[in-house]
Design a protein around this ligand. Structure first.
Ligand code: GAR
Length: 193
């Protein structure tokens, strides 16, 4: 199974996928890693790992539609079976997703449909929930929406801050993402509707 991974930031979840592939624990080929802006640590990590990388800079295009089409062309050039949004903080179009047969995977650090968006951990903490978690799902063109594949919950500790909670969530999120990729590669995950 060939995957293209899209990142916007540090790419620590991507690193876990790279490590699992290298350790022979996950039988997927990371065809390329792409970002929506220059200078991300996610791209730097991938370069260091000898993986092909690309940037389709959101700010270099006059319209979102042109950026979206350019990103789709670039991703398609690697012929992925699955595209993974791993901390990719941009919404792509329905046309983008359709081009990859709907096989656009996303992870989110909250129990969707609760607390979608760029600040899922902060929003959950601000609400005062006692349980939160993470979600791996087939993404559609909404903000963190689409059919859920896997979720896991964890209890929020008293007086926990956003960073510590996010780090605890990411530990689970990495395991869940790798497990879903493994099941996908084995043909055990239903295709998106
Ligand atoms: C992850 O927790 C991911 O779920 C979240 O960004 C983080 C990226 O971390 N994505 C979203 O919030 C999407 N709405 P990383 O760059 O260290 O892998």
């Amino acid at each position: 199974m060939r995957i293209v991974v899209l990142v916007s930031g540090t790419g620590s979840n991507l690193q876990a996928v790279i490590d699992a592939v290298r350790a022979g624990e996950l039988d997927v080929e990371i065809a390329a890693v792409g970002a929506d802006r220059e200078g991300t640590y996610g791209i730097e990590r991938s370069d260091e790992a000898g993986i092909e990388t690309f940037v389709v800079n959101f700010n270099s295009f006059p319209t979102r539609a042109e950026w979206d089409a350019a990103l789709a062309d670039k991703v398609a050039s690697y012929r992925p079976d699955v595209v993974v949004s791993s901390g990719f903080m941009r919404i792509v179009s329905a046309e983008f997703i359709a081009r990859f047969g709907g096989r656009y995977l996303n992870t989110h650090p909250a129990l969707l449909p609760a607390f979608p968006g760029a600040h899922g951990v902060r929003d959950a903490l601000d609400y005062g929930v006692k349980v939160t978690g993470c979600t791996v799902h087939w993404a559609d063109a909404g903000v963190d929406t689409g059919p859920i594949i896997a979720q896991e919950a964890l209890a929020v500790a008293d007086s926990e801050d956003e960073d510590s909670l996010h780090e605890r969530i990411k530990v689970i999120e990495r395991r869940l993402l790798i497990d879903v990729l493994r099941r996908l590669a084995a043909g055990e995950v239903p295709a998106p509707a």
